[in-house]
Design a protein around this ligand. Structure first.
Ligand code: GRF
Length: 214
Protein backbone atom coordinates (compact mmCIF):
# COMPACT_ATOMS: atom_id res chain seq x y z
CA UNK A 1 0.00 0.00 0.00
CA UNK A 2 1.34 3.43 -0.86
CA UNK A 3 1.48 5.36 2.39
CA UNK A 4 0.67 9.05 2.54
CA UNK A 5 3.31 11.08 4.38
CA UNK A 6 2.96 14.54 5.88
CA UNK A 7 6.45 15.89 6.58
CA UNK A 8 7.19 18.64 9.11
CA UNK A 9 10.47 20.48 8.53
CA UNK A 10 12.04 23.74 9.70
CA UNK A 11 15.34 23.86 7.84
CA UNK A 12 17.24 22.68 4.83
CA UNK A 13 15.22 19.47 4.43
CA UNK A 14 17.90 16.93 3.60
CA UNK A 15 15.91 14.24 5.42
CA UNK A 16 12.86 15.18 3.38
CA UNK A 17 15.02 14.91 0.26
CA UNK A 18 16.14 11.43 1.31
CA UNK A 19 12.46 10.44 1.51
CA UNK A 20 11.71 11.98 -1.89
CA UNK A 21 14.75 10.26 -3.44
CA UNK A 22 13.76 6.88 -1.99
CA UNK A 23 10.27 7.29 -3.42
CA UNK A 24 11.60 8.36 -6.82
CA UNK A 25 14.07 5.47 -6.80
CA UNK A 26 11.36 2.91 -6.07
CA UNK A 27 12.73 1.99 -2.63
CA UNK A 28 9.85 3.48 -0.67
CA UNK A 29 6.20 2.98 -1.51
CA UNK A 30 4.98 6.36 -0.31
CA UNK A 31 3.73 9.74 -1.40
CA UNK A 32 4.62 13.03 0.29
CA UNK A 33 1.20 14.65 0.46
CA UNK A 34 2.33 17.81 2.21
CA UNK A 35 5.33 19.59 3.72
CA UNK A 36 4.61 21.77 6.74
CA UNK A 37 6.85 24.37 8.30
CA UNK A 38 7.05 26.95 11.06
CA UNK A 39 9.66 28.77 8.93
CA UNK A 40 8.20 30.24 5.76
CA UNK A 41 11.74 30.64 4.34
CA UNK A 42 12.77 27.03 5.04
CA UNK A 43 14.68 25.49 2.14
CA UNK A 44 12.79 22.25 2.79
CA UNK A 45 9.65 23.80 1.30
CA UNK A 46 11.35 24.30 -2.05
CA UNK A 47 11.83 20.56 -2.43
CA UNK A 48 8.15 19.94 -3.21
CA UNK A 49 5.67 21.63 -5.56
CA UNK A 50 4.01 24.77 -4.25
CA UNK A 51 0.61 23.07 -3.94
CA UNK A 52 2.08 20.74 -1.34
CA UNK A 53 3.51 23.42 0.94
CA UNK A 54 2.10 24.91 4.14
CA UNK A 55 4.13 27.41 6.14
CA UNK A 56 3.11 29.94 8.74
CA UNK A 57 5.07 32.14 11.11
CA UNK A 58 4.09 31.19 14.68
CA UNK A 59 4.39 34.86 15.66
CA UNK A 60 1.23 35.52 13.62
CA UNK A 61 -0.76 33.36 16.05
CA UNK A 62 -2.09 34.28 19.49
CA UNK A 63 -0.20 31.47 21.22
CA UNK A 64 1.38 28.06 20.77
CA UNK A 65 -1.98 26.28 20.96
CA UNK A 66 -3.42 28.40 18.15
CA UNK A 67 -0.44 27.73 15.88
CA UNK A 68 -0.51 24.03 16.67
CA UNK A 69 -4.25 23.85 15.96
CA UNK A 70 -3.81 25.49 12.56
CA UNK A 71 -0.91 23.16 11.78
CA UNK A 72 -2.87 20.12 12.92
CA UNK A 73 -5.88 21.04 10.80
CA UNK A 74 -3.69 21.55 7.74
CA UNK A 75 -1.92 18.22 8.32
CA UNK A 76 -5.23 16.40 8.88
CA UNK A 77 -6.69 17.94 5.72
CA UNK A 78 -4.20 16.06 3.57
CA UNK A 79 -5.23 12.75 5.21
CA UNK A 80 -1.77 11.35 5.90
CA UNK A 81 -1.15 7.83 7.11
CA UNK A 82 2.00 9.01 8.90
CA UNK A 83 3.25 12.38 10.10
CA UNK A 84 7.04 12.64 10.04
CA UNK A 85 9.05 15.30 11.86
CA UNK A 86 12.21 15.58 9.76
CA UNK A 87 14.20 18.44 11.22
CA UNK A 88 11.12 20.13 12.68
CA UNK A 89 12.61 22.35 15.38
CA UNK A 90 9.51 23.57 17.19
CA UNK A 91 8.08 21.70 20.16
CA UNK A 92 4.69 20.15 19.38
CA UNK A 93 2.08 20.72 22.07
CA UNK A 94 0.09 17.95 23.73
CA UNK A 95 -3.04 18.50 21.64
CA UNK A 96 -1.10 18.03 18.39
CA UNK A 97 0.68 14.96 19.71
CA UNK A 98 -2.52 13.36 20.97
CA UNK A 99 -4.31 14.00 17.68
CA UNK A 100 -1.69 12.11 15.65
CA UNK A 101 -0.32 9.82 18.35
CA UNK A 102 0.77 6.44 17.06
CA UNK A 103 1.19 7.91 13.57
CA UNK A 104 3.73 10.58 14.50
CA UNK A 105 7.46 9.92 14.04
CA UNK A 106 10.56 12.02 14.67
CA UNK A 107 14.20 11.66 13.72
CA UNK A 108 16.58 12.85 16.41
CA UNK A 109 20.37 13.18 16.13
CA UNK A 110 21.43 11.13 19.16
CA UNK A 111 21.20 7.65 20.57
CA UNK A 112 18.13 8.25 22.72
CA UNK A 113 17.58 8.28 25.63
CA UNK A 114 20.97 10.01 25.66
CA UNK A 115 20.93 13.68 24.70
CA UNK A 116 17.34 14.67 24.30
CA UNK A 117 16.86 18.24 23.05
CA UNK A 118 19.37 20.44 21.26
CA UNK A 119 23.14 20.53 20.72
CA UNK A 120 23.48 16.78 20.80
CA UNK A 121 26.79 16.71 18.91
CA UNK A 122 28.54 19.05 21.34
CA UNK A 123 27.15 17.22 24.36
CA UNK A 124 28.34 13.85 23.09
CA UNK A 125 31.88 15.25 23.02
CA UNK A 126 31.73 17.15 26.31
CA UNK A 127 30.41 14.07 28.11
CA UNK A 128 33.01 11.78 26.60
CA UNK A 129 30.62 9.35 24.91
CA UNK A 130 32.22 6.48 22.98
CA UNK A 131 29.50 6.44 20.34
CA UNK A 132 26.87 8.66 18.81
CA UNK A 133 24.14 8.28 16.24
CA UNK A 134 20.54 8.87 15.33
CA UNK A 135 17.15 7.59 16.47
CA UNK A 136 13.69 7.37 14.93
CA UNK A 137 10.97 7.37 17.56
CA UNK A 138 7.26 7.79 18.07
CA UNK A 139 6.49 11.27 19.35
CA UNK A 140 4.99 11.48 22.82
CA UNK A 141 4.09 14.63 24.77
CA UNK A 142 7.48 14.72 26.52
CA UNK A 143 10.29 16.04 24.27
CA UNK A 144 12.32 13.30 22.56
CA UNK A 145 11.02 10.76 25.07
CA UNK A 146 8.74 8.61 22.89
CA UNK A 147 9.33 4.94 22.14
CA UNK A 148 12.36 4.42 19.91
CA UNK A 149 11.97 2.17 16.88
CA UNK A 150 15.42 2.16 15.35
CA UNK A 151 18.88 3.60 15.75
CA UNK A 152 22.13 3.76 13.81
CA UNK A 153 25.45 4.42 15.52
CA UNK A 154 29.00 5.53 14.79
CA UNK A 155 32.06 5.41 17.05
CA UNK A 156 33.46 8.75 18.15
CA UNK A 157 36.77 9.30 16.36
CA UNK A 158 39.79 11.38 17.33
CA UNK A 159 39.38 14.77 15.69
CA UNK A 160 35.60 14.74 15.85
CA UNK A 161 34.09 18.18 16.38
CA UNK A 162 30.40 19.03 16.72
CA UNK A 163 30.37 20.02 13.04
CA UNK A 164 32.08 16.82 11.90
CA UNK A 165 29.71 14.74 14.00
CA UNK A 166 26.71 16.57 12.56
CA UNK A 167 27.88 15.56 9.08
CA UNK A 168 28.64 11.98 10.05
CA UNK A 169 25.34 11.54 11.87
CA UNK A 170 23.32 13.15 9.08
CA UNK A 171 24.68 10.49 6.72
CA UNK A 172 23.08 7.90 9.02
CA UNK A 173 19.83 9.80 9.47
CA UNK A 174 18.88 9.59 5.82
CA UNK A 175 18.97 5.78 5.41
CA UNK A 176 17.65 5.26 8.95
CA UNK A 177 14.56 7.36 8.31
CA UNK A 178 13.94 5.66 4.97
CA UNK A 179 14.32 2.23 6.58
CA UNK A 180 11.71 2.99 9.23
CA UNK A 181 9.34 4.41 6.62
CA UNK A 182 9.80 1.20 4.62
CA UNK A 183 8.59 -0.64 7.74
CA UNK A 184 5.65 1.74 7.92
CA UNK A 185 4.81 1.15 4.26
CA UNK A 186 4.89 -2.59 4.89
CA UNK A 187 2.50 -2.18 7.84
CA UNK A 188 5.14 -3.49 10.25
CA UNK A 189 5.27 -0.78 12.93
CA UNK A 190 2.87 0.44 15.57
CA UNK A 191 2.87 2.07 18.97
CA UNK A 192 1.15 -0.15 21.52
CA UNK A 193 0.69 1.10 25.10
CA UNK A 194 3.56 3.54 24.61
CA UNK A 195 5.90 0.82 23.33
CA UNK A 196 7.36 0.62 19.85
CA UNK A 197 6.22 -2.56 18.13
CA UNK A 198 7.66 -4.25 15.06
CA UNK A 199 5.55 -6.97 13.47
CA UNK A 200 3.20 -6.78 16.43
CA UNK A 201 5.90 -7.50 19.02
CA UNK A 202 7.21 -4.87 21.46
CA UNK A 203 10.82 -3.91 20.84
CA UNK A 204 12.40 -4.03 24.26
CA UNK A 205 15.37 -2.14 22.88
CA UNK A 206 15.52 -0.07 19.70
CA UNK A 207 16.45 -2.03 16.60
CA UNK A 208 20.06 -1.20 15.63
CA UNK A 209 20.51 -0.81 11.88
CA UNK A 210 23.83 -0.68 10.07
CA UNK A 211 24.56 1.29 6.96
CA UNK A 212 27.64 1.38 4.78
CA UNK A 213 29.57 4.66 5.18
CA UNK A 214 28.44 7.21 2.59
C1 GRF B 1 18.78 16.75 11.47
O1 GRF B 1 20.01 16.52 12.10
C2 GRF B 1 17.67 16.33 12.38
O2 GRF B 1 17.89 15.16 13.04
C3 GRF B 1 17.67 17.51 13.32
O3 GRF B 1 17.79 18.60 12.47
C4 GRF B 1 18.52 18.22 11.33
C5 GRF B 1 17.68 18.53 10.14
O4 GRF B 1 18.33 18.34 8.93
N1 GRF B 1 16.56 17.51 14.21
P1 GRF B 1 17.56 18.47 7.56
O5 GRF B 1 16.71 19.73 7.63
O6 GRF B 1 16.71 17.25 7.36
O7 GRF B 1 18.62 18.60 6.53
Amino acid sequence: MTIRLAVLASGRGSNLQAILDAIAGGQLDAEVVGVFSDKPAAAALQRVPEAGRWARDPKAFADRAAFDAALADAVAACTPDWVVCAGYMRILGDAFVQRFRGRLLNIHPSLLPRHRGLQTHARVLSEGDAEHGASVHFVSPELDAGAVLAQAAIPIEPGDTPERLATRVLALEHPLLVAVLQWAAAGRISECDGQACLDGQPLFTPRRLRFAPA
